[in-house]
Design a protein around this ligand. Structure first.
Ligand code: NAD
Ligand code: MN
Length: 364
Protein backbone atom coordinates (compact mmCIF):
# COMPACT_ATOMS: atom_id res chain seq x y z
CA UNK A 1 0.00 0.00 0.00
CA UNK A 2 1.29 3.44 -0.95
CA UNK A 3 1.60 6.12 1.73
CA UNK A 4 1.26 9.74 0.66
CA UNK A 5 2.79 12.28 3.02
CA UNK A 6 0.60 15.37 3.10
CA UNK A 7 1.50 18.67 4.76
CA UNK A 8 -1.52 20.52 6.17
CA UNK A 9 -1.13 24.29 6.58
CA UNK A 10 -4.49 25.74 7.71
CA UNK A 11 -3.00 29.23 8.19
CA UNK A 12 -5.44 31.90 9.31
CA UNK A 13 -9.13 32.76 9.54
CA UNK A 14 -11.46 30.26 7.88
CA UNK A 15 -8.38 28.30 6.75
CA UNK A 16 -8.53 26.81 10.25
CA UNK A 17 -12.08 25.62 9.55
CA UNK A 18 -11.87 24.38 5.97
CA UNK A 19 -8.50 22.60 6.07
CA UNK A 20 -9.48 20.20 8.91
CA UNK A 21 -12.65 19.57 6.87
CA UNK A 22 -10.44 18.73 3.88
CA UNK A 23 -8.47 16.31 6.05
CA UNK A 24 -11.72 14.58 7.09
CA UNK A 25 -12.58 14.07 3.44
CA UNK A 26 -9.15 12.59 2.70
CA UNK A 27 -9.37 10.33 5.77
CA UNK A 28 -12.83 9.11 4.78
CA UNK A 29 -11.58 8.43 1.28
CA UNK A 30 -8.51 6.53 2.49
CA UNK A 31 -10.67 4.23 4.64
CA UNK A 32 -12.37 2.96 1.52
CA UNK A 33 -9.31 2.70 -0.74
CA UNK A 34 -7.03 -0.29 -0.38
CA UNK A 35 -4.16 0.95 -2.54
CA UNK A 36 -3.11 4.08 -0.65
CA UNK A 37 -3.18 5.84 2.69
CA UNK A 38 -2.21 9.26 3.96
CA UNK A 39 0.24 10.41 6.58
CA UNK A 40 -0.64 13.96 7.63
CA UNK A 41 1.61 16.48 9.29
CA UNK A 42 0.07 19.70 10.54
CA UNK A 43 2.01 22.97 10.43
CA UNK A 44 0.73 25.74 12.72
CA UNK A 45 2.18 28.56 10.61
CA UNK A 46 0.37 31.88 10.11
CA UNK A 47 -0.75 34.83 12.21
CA UNK A 48 -0.68 33.06 15.60
CA UNK A 49 2.80 31.75 14.86
CA UNK A 50 3.79 35.33 13.91
CA UNK A 51 2.59 36.65 17.27
CA UNK A 52 4.77 34.08 19.07
CA UNK A 53 7.86 34.09 16.84
CA UNK A 54 7.84 37.29 14.77
CA UNK A 55 7.63 35.42 11.45
CA UNK A 56 4.84 33.56 9.64
CA UNK A 57 6.84 30.33 9.39
CA UNK A 58 10.26 29.13 10.55
CA UNK A 59 13.28 30.14 8.44
CA UNK A 60 13.92 26.50 7.48
CA UNK A 61 10.22 25.71 7.03
CA UNK A 62 10.56 24.89 3.33
CA UNK A 63 12.90 22.00 4.22
CA UNK A 64 10.10 20.32 6.17
CA UNK A 65 7.79 20.64 3.14
CA UNK A 66 10.30 19.22 0.66
CA UNK A 67 9.82 15.70 2.00
CA UNK A 68 6.05 15.77 1.38
CA UNK A 69 4.10 14.48 -1.61
CA UNK A 70 1.68 17.42 -1.52
CA UNK A 71 0.59 20.39 0.58
CA UNK A 72 -2.96 21.42 1.47
CA UNK A 73 -3.05 25.11 2.34
CA UNK A 74 -5.82 27.27 3.84
CA UNK A 75 -5.23 30.99 3.83
CA UNK A 76 -2.72 33.59 4.99
CA UNK A 77 -4.25 36.78 6.37
CA UNK A 78 -4.81 38.05 9.90
CA UNK A 79 -6.83 41.11 10.94
CA UNK A 80 -3.99 42.29 13.20
CA UNK A 81 -1.09 41.90 10.75
CA UNK A 82 -0.61 43.85 7.50
CA UNK A 83 -1.65 41.76 4.46
CA UNK A 84 1.67 42.16 2.64
CA UNK A 85 3.46 40.61 5.64
CA UNK A 86 1.15 37.62 5.92
CA UNK A 87 1.05 36.99 2.16
CA UNK A 88 4.79 37.33 1.54
CA UNK A 89 5.74 35.57 4.77
CA UNK A 90 3.81 32.39 4.04
CA UNK A 91 1.98 31.75 0.80
CA UNK A 92 4.36 33.53 -1.58
CA UNK A 93 7.36 32.18 0.31
CA UNK A 94 6.12 28.65 -0.34
CA UNK A 95 5.00 29.17 -3.97
CA UNK A 96 8.21 30.95 -4.97
CA UNK A 97 10.51 28.86 -2.75
CA UNK A 98 9.17 25.58 -4.11
CA UNK A 99 9.11 26.96 -7.67
CA UNK A 100 5.38 26.28 -8.05
CA UNK A 101 5.28 28.40 -11.19
CA UNK A 102 2.00 27.17 -12.63
CA UNK A 103 -1.11 28.17 -10.72
CA UNK A 104 -4.03 26.26 -12.20
CA UNK A 105 -7.59 27.39 -11.48
CA UNK A 106 -10.47 25.35 -12.91
CA UNK A 107 -13.84 27.07 -12.95
CA UNK A 108 -17.22 25.64 -13.80
CA UNK A 109 -20.75 25.90 -12.53
CA UNK A 110 -21.38 22.89 -10.29
CA UNK A 111 -24.80 21.17 -10.21
CA UNK A 112 -27.34 23.04 -8.09
CA UNK A 113 -25.39 26.32 -8.16
CA UNK A 114 -27.15 29.36 -9.52
CA UNK A 115 -24.54 31.63 -11.10
CA UNK A 116 -25.15 35.37 -11.52
CA UNK A 117 -25.10 35.35 -15.35
CA UNK A 118 -28.60 35.32 -16.80
CA UNK A 119 -28.06 33.66 -20.16
CA UNK A 120 -25.16 31.40 -19.20
CA UNK A 121 -25.90 27.66 -19.24
CA UNK A 122 -23.64 25.53 -17.02
CA UNK A 123 -21.97 24.05 -20.11
CA UNK A 124 -21.08 27.58 -21.33
CA UNK A 125 -18.70 28.17 -18.46
CA UNK A 126 -15.94 25.58 -18.25
CA UNK A 127 -12.60 27.30 -17.93
CA UNK A 128 -9.13 26.67 -16.61
CA UNK A 129 -7.15 29.77 -15.78
CA UNK A 130 -3.36 29.34 -15.72
CA UNK A 131 -1.64 31.97 -13.61
CA UNK A 132 2.08 32.67 -13.73
CA UNK A 133 2.96 32.16 -10.09
CA UNK A 134 6.56 33.17 -9.43
CA UNK A 135 7.41 36.49 -11.08
CA UNK A 136 5.81 39.39 -12.96
CA UNK A 137 3.98 41.90 -10.80
CA UNK A 138 4.70 39.74 -7.72
CA UNK A 139 8.48 39.74 -8.12
CA UNK A 140 8.79 41.75 -4.92
CA UNK A 141 11.34 44.05 -6.52
CA UNK A 142 10.99 47.68 -5.60
CA UNK A 143 11.37 49.90 -2.63
CA UNK A 144 10.47 53.03 -0.75
CA UNK A 145 12.58 56.01 0.10
CA UNK A 146 12.02 59.32 1.89
CA UNK A 147 9.39 57.50 3.90
CA UNK A 148 6.88 59.84 5.51
CA UNK A 149 8.36 62.93 3.81
CA UNK A 150 6.57 64.91 1.11
CA UNK A 151 9.06 63.67 -1.50
CA UNK A 152 8.40 60.01 -0.64
CA UNK A 153 8.70 57.64 -3.59
CA UNK A 154 7.73 53.97 -3.94
CA UNK A 155 8.14 51.44 -6.74
CA UNK A 156 6.89 47.93 -7.50
CA UNK A 157 8.73 46.54 -10.47
CA UNK A 158 7.12 43.85 -12.61
CA UNK A 159 9.88 41.49 -13.73
CA UNK A 160 9.40 39.00 -16.52
CA UNK A 161 12.07 36.62 -17.66
CA UNK A 162 12.10 34.85 -21.02
CA UNK A 163 12.55 31.53 -19.22
CA UNK A 164 9.67 32.28 -16.85
CA UNK A 165 7.31 33.38 -19.61
CA UNK A 166 8.24 30.49 -21.88
CA UNK A 167 7.64 27.85 -19.25
CA UNK A 168 4.22 29.16 -18.20
CA UNK A 169 3.03 29.60 -21.79
CA UNK A 170 4.26 26.13 -22.71
CA UNK A 171 2.46 24.72 -19.66
CA UNK A 172 -0.74 26.50 -20.74
CA UNK A 173 -0.54 25.33 -24.35
CA UNK A 174 0.03 21.77 -23.12
CA UNK A 175 -2.96 22.00 -20.78
CA UNK A 176 -5.14 23.45 -23.56
CA UNK A 177 -4.02 20.59 -25.81
CA UNK A 178 -5.17 18.06 -23.20
CA UNK A 179 -8.68 19.49 -23.05
CA UNK A 180 -11.37 18.56 -25.60
CA UNK A 181 -11.69 22.02 -27.20
CA UNK A 182 -7.92 22.60 -27.55
CA UNK A 183 -8.53 26.33 -27.20
CA UNK A 184 -6.23 28.82 -25.47
CA UNK A 185 -6.68 32.54 -24.83
CA UNK A 186 -3.49 34.43 -23.98
CA UNK A 187 -4.27 37.47 -21.83
CA UNK A 188 -2.09 40.51 -22.41
CA UNK A 189 -1.84 44.26 -21.90
CA UNK A 190 0.81 44.98 -24.48
CA UNK A 191 -0.92 48.14 -25.66
CA UNK A 192 -0.04 49.92 -22.41
CA UNK A 193 2.78 47.83 -20.94
CA UNK A 194 5.08 48.15 -23.88
CA UNK A 195 8.12 46.12 -22.82
CA UNK A 196 7.51 42.96 -20.83
CA UNK A 197 4.02 42.34 -22.21
CA UNK A 198 5.29 42.75 -25.77
CA UNK A 199 7.89 40.09 -25.01
CA UNK A 200 5.06 37.96 -23.52
CA UNK A 201 3.12 38.26 -26.81
CA UNK A 202 6.18 37.39 -28.90
CA UNK A 203 6.92 34.31 -26.80
CA UNK A 204 3.27 33.24 -27.06
CA UNK A 205 3.52 33.30 -30.86
CA UNK A 206 6.78 31.31 -30.72
CA UNK A 207 5.51 28.65 -28.31
CA UNK A 208 2.26 28.36 -30.29
CA UNK A 209 4.25 26.92 -33.19
CA UNK A 210 5.00 23.85 -31.03
CA UNK A 211 1.25 23.24 -30.69
CA UNK A 212 -0.24 23.39 -34.20
CA UNK A 213 -3.37 21.56 -33.01
CA UNK A 214 -4.20 24.22 -30.39
CA UNK A 215 -6.34 27.16 -31.51
CA UNK A 216 -5.27 30.30 -29.69
CA UNK A 217 -6.08 33.97 -29.55
CA UNK A 218 -4.96 37.04 -27.67
CA UNK A 219 -7.14 39.28 -25.52
CA UNK A 220 -6.36 42.46 -23.58
CA UNK A 221 -7.04 41.90 -19.90
CA UNK A 222 -9.69 44.64 -19.64
CA UNK A 223 -11.57 43.31 -22.66
CA UNK A 224 -11.24 39.81 -21.19
CA UNK A 225 -13.36 40.78 -18.17
CA UNK A 226 -16.21 41.80 -20.46
CA UNK A 227 -15.79 38.68 -22.59
CA UNK A 228 -16.01 36.46 -19.51
CA UNK A 229 -19.37 38.03 -18.69
CA UNK A 230 -20.79 38.41 -22.22
CA UNK A 231 -19.37 35.43 -24.11
CA UNK A 232 -18.28 32.85 -21.54
CA UNK A 233 -18.54 29.97 -24.01
CA UNK A 234 -15.88 31.55 -26.23
CA UNK A 235 -13.25 30.76 -23.58
CA UNK A 236 -11.71 27.48 -22.45
CA UNK A 237 -8.08 27.58 -21.25
CA UNK A 238 -6.81 31.03 -20.29
CA UNK A 239 -3.25 32.05 -19.44
CA UNK A 240 -2.24 35.33 -17.82
CA UNK A 241 0.40 37.02 -15.73
CA UNK A 242 0.47 36.75 -11.96
CA UNK A 243 -1.63 39.86 -11.27
CA UNK A 244 -3.93 39.68 -14.29
CA UNK A 245 -4.83 36.06 -13.54
CA UNK A 246 -5.29 36.81 -9.85
CA UNK A 247 -7.99 39.32 -10.71
CA UNK A 248 -9.58 37.32 -13.54
CA UNK A 249 -9.85 34.22 -11.38
CA UNK A 250 -11.78 35.97 -8.61
CA UNK A 251 -14.18 37.18 -11.31
CA UNK A 252 -14.34 33.64 -12.68
CA UNK A 253 -15.11 32.26 -9.22
CA UNK A 254 -17.91 34.79 -8.70
CA UNK A 255 -19.39 34.00 -12.14
CA UNK A 256 -19.39 30.32 -11.22
CA UNK A 257 -21.38 31.01 -8.08
CA UNK A 258 -19.06 31.87 -5.18
CA UNK A 259 -15.49 32.51 -4.13
CA UNK A 260 -16.10 29.77 -1.56
CA UNK A 261 -16.20 27.06 -4.23
CA UNK A 262 -13.14 27.80 -6.33
CA UNK A 263 -10.01 25.64 -6.01
CA UNK A 264 -6.45 26.12 -7.14
CA UNK A 265 -3.29 24.11 -7.62
CA UNK A 266 0.19 25.62 -7.30
CA UNK A 267 2.16 23.21 -9.43
CA UNK A 268 5.85 22.53 -9.76
CA UNK A 269 5.47 20.66 -13.08
CA UNK A 270 8.94 19.09 -12.95
CA UNK A 271 8.01 17.55 -9.56
CA UNK A 272 11.33 18.55 -8.03
CA UNK A 273 9.32 20.12 -5.20
CA UNK A 274 5.89 19.27 -3.79
CA UNK A 275 2.90 21.11 -5.23
CA UNK A 276 0.40 22.99 -3.09
CA UNK A 277 -3.39 22.93 -3.26
CA UNK A 278 -5.68 25.56 -1.75
CA UNK A 279 -9.08 27.21 -2.06
CA UNK A 280 -8.65 30.55 -3.82
CA UNK A 281 -10.46 32.49 -1.11
CA UNK A 282 -8.70 34.23 1.76
CA UNK A 283 -9.20 34.31 5.53
CA UNK A 284 -12.74 35.79 5.29
CA UNK A 285 -12.50 37.91 8.45
CA UNK A 286 -16.24 38.65 8.33
CA UNK A 287 -17.27 35.02 8.85
CA UNK A 288 -14.27 33.38 10.56
CA UNK A 289 -14.91 31.29 13.65
CA UNK A 290 -18.64 31.11 12.94
CA UNK A 291 -18.84 27.77 11.17
CA UNK A 292 -20.23 29.45 8.04
CA UNK A 293 -17.29 28.92 5.67
CA UNK A 294 -18.03 27.01 2.52
CA UNK A 295 -15.60 24.06 2.50
CA UNK A 296 -16.27 23.16 -1.16
CA UNK A 297 -13.27 25.17 -2.45
CA UNK A 298 -11.07 23.07 -0.21
CA UNK A 299 -12.75 19.80 -1.23
CA UNK A 300 -12.30 20.64 -4.93
CA UNK A 301 -8.64 21.46 -4.12
CA UNK A 302 -8.41 17.97 -2.61
CA UNK A 303 -9.62 16.63 -5.98
CA UNK A 304 -6.79 18.51 -7.72
CA UNK A 305 -4.34 17.12 -5.15
CA UNK A 306 -5.47 13.55 -5.81
CA UNK A 307 -5.23 14.11 -9.57
CA UNK A 308 -1.68 15.39 -9.14
CA UNK A 309 -0.77 12.25 -7.17
CA UNK A 310 -2.10 10.19 -10.08
CA UNK A 311 -5.10 8.93 -8.08
CA UNK A 312 -7.58 9.90 -10.79
CA UNK A 313 -10.23 7.36 -9.80
CA UNK A 314 -10.24 8.58 -6.21
CA UNK A 315 -10.29 12.19 -7.45
CA UNK A 316 -13.41 11.45 -9.49
CA UNK A 317 -15.12 9.86 -6.49
CA UNK A 318 -14.55 12.97 -4.39
CA UNK A 319 -15.69 15.26 -7.24
CA UNK A 320 -18.89 13.23 -7.66
CA UNK A 321 -19.53 13.46 -3.91
CA UNK A 322 -19.05 17.25 -4.03
CA UNK A 323 -21.46 17.56 -6.97
CA UNK A 324 -23.99 15.33 -5.22
CA UNK A 325 -23.91 17.71 -2.25
CA UNK A 326 -23.97 21.01 -4.21
CA UNK A 327 -27.01 19.71 -6.10
CA UNK A 328 -28.97 19.85 -2.82
CA UNK A 329 -29.86 23.47 -1.90
CA UNK A 330 -30.39 22.39 1.72
CA UNK A 331 -26.64 21.79 1.83
CA UNK A 332 -25.69 25.27 0.57
CA UNK A 333 -23.72 27.55 2.87
CA UNK A 334 -24.64 31.21 3.29
CA UNK A 335 -22.43 32.44 0.42
CA UNK A 336 -24.67 30.35 -1.87
CA UNK A 337 -27.84 31.67 -0.29
CA UNK A 338 -28.36 28.69 2.04
CA UNK A 339 -28.21 27.98 5.77
CA UNK A 340 -25.91 24.96 5.97
CA UNK A 341 -22.81 25.03 8.15
CA UNK A 342 -19.26 23.98 7.33
CA UNK A 343 -19.74 20.85 9.45
CA UNK A 344 -23.00 19.85 7.73
CA UNK A 345 -21.51 20.17 4.25
CA UNK A 346 -18.41 18.24 5.34
CA UNK A 347 -20.48 15.42 6.85
CA UNK A 348 -22.62 15.22 3.73
CA UNK A 349 -19.61 14.95 1.42
CA UNK A 350 -17.98 12.35 3.70
CA UNK A 351 -21.07 10.20 3.91
CA UNK A 352 -21.46 10.33 0.11
CA UNK A 353 -17.84 9.20 -0.28
CA UNK A 354 -18.48 6.39 2.21
CA UNK A 355 -21.69 5.40 0.41
CA UNK A 356 -19.89 5.04 -2.92
CA UNK A 357 -17.04 2.98 -1.48
CA UNK A 358 -16.24 -0.15 -3.46
CA UNK A 359 -15.42 -2.11 -0.31
CA UNK A 360 -16.96 -1.66 3.15
CA UNK A 361 -15.24 1.01 5.21
CA UNK A 362 -12.70 -0.19 7.70
CA UNK A 363 -12.92 1.58 11.03
CA UNK A 364 -10.65 4.56 11.58
P1 NAD B 1 -11.64 36.71 1.22
O1 NAD B 1 -11.58 35.65 0.17
O2 NAD B 1 -11.09 36.33 2.54
O3 NAD B 1 -13.16 37.19 1.42
C1 NAD B 1 -13.91 37.86 0.43
C2 NAD B 1 -15.41 37.65 0.67
O4 NAD B 1 -15.77 36.32 0.27
C3 NAD B 1 -15.81 37.78 2.13
O5 NAD B 1 -17.07 38.37 2.21
C4 NAD B 1 -15.88 36.34 2.60
O6 NAD B 1 -16.78 36.13 3.67
C5 NAD B 1 -16.34 35.61 1.35
N1 NAD B 1 -15.79 34.24 1.34
C6 NAD B 1 -14.52 33.87 1.02
N2 NAD B 1 -14.36 32.56 1.15
C7 NAD B 1 -15.54 32.06 1.57
C8 NAD B 1 -15.99 30.75 1.91
N3 NAD B 1 -15.18 29.68 1.83
N4 NAD B 1 -17.26 30.60 2.32
C9 NAD B 1 -18.08 31.65 2.40
N5 NAD B 1 -17.72 32.92 2.10
C10 NAD B 1 -16.45 33.12 1.70
O7 NAD B 1 -10.86 37.98 0.64
P2 NAD B 1 -10.42 39.34 1.36
O8 NAD B 1 -11.52 39.79 2.28
O9 NAD B 1 -9.97 40.21 0.28
O10 NAD B 1 -9.14 38.96 2.23
C11 NAD B 1 -9.16 38.65 3.62
C12 NAD B 1 -7.73 38.25 4.04
O11 NAD B 1 -7.34 37.05 3.35
C13 NAD B 1 -6.67 39.28 3.70
O12 NAD B 1 -5.70 39.27 4.73
C14 NAD B 1 -6.05 38.77 2.42
O13 NAD B 1 -4.71 39.21 2.22
C15 NAD B 1 -6.11 37.29 2.65
N6 NAD B 1 -6.12 36.47 1.42
C16 NAD B 1 -5.32 35.38 1.40
C17 NAD B 1 -5.33 34.54 0.30
C18 NAD B 1 -4.44 33.32 0.32
O14 NAD B 1 -3.79 33.04 1.31
N7 NAD B 1 -4.40 32.55 -0.74
C19 NAD B 1 -6.17 34.81 -0.79
C20 NAD B 1 -7.00 35.93 -0.73
C21 NAD B 1 -6.97 36.75 0.38
MN1 MN C 1 -6.41 36.33 -5.21
Amino acid sequence: MKTYRIAMIPGDGIGKEVIPAGQKVLETLARSESSFQFEFENFDWGGDYFRRHGSMMPANGLDALCGKDAILFGSAGDPEIPDHITLWGLRLKICQGLDQYANVRPTRILPGIDGPLKRCRPEDLNWVIVRENTEGEYSGVGGRMHQGHPIEVATDLSLMTRAGVERILRFAFRLAQSRPRKLLTVITKSNAQRHAMVMWDEIAAQVAKEFPDVTWDKELVDAATARMVNRPASLDTIVATNLHADILSDLAAALAGSLGIAPTANINPERIYPSMFEPIHGSAFDIMGKGLANPVGTFWSVVLLLDHLGETGAAQRVMKAIEHVTANPLLHTRDLGGNATTVQVTEAVCSEIAATAKSPLTTA
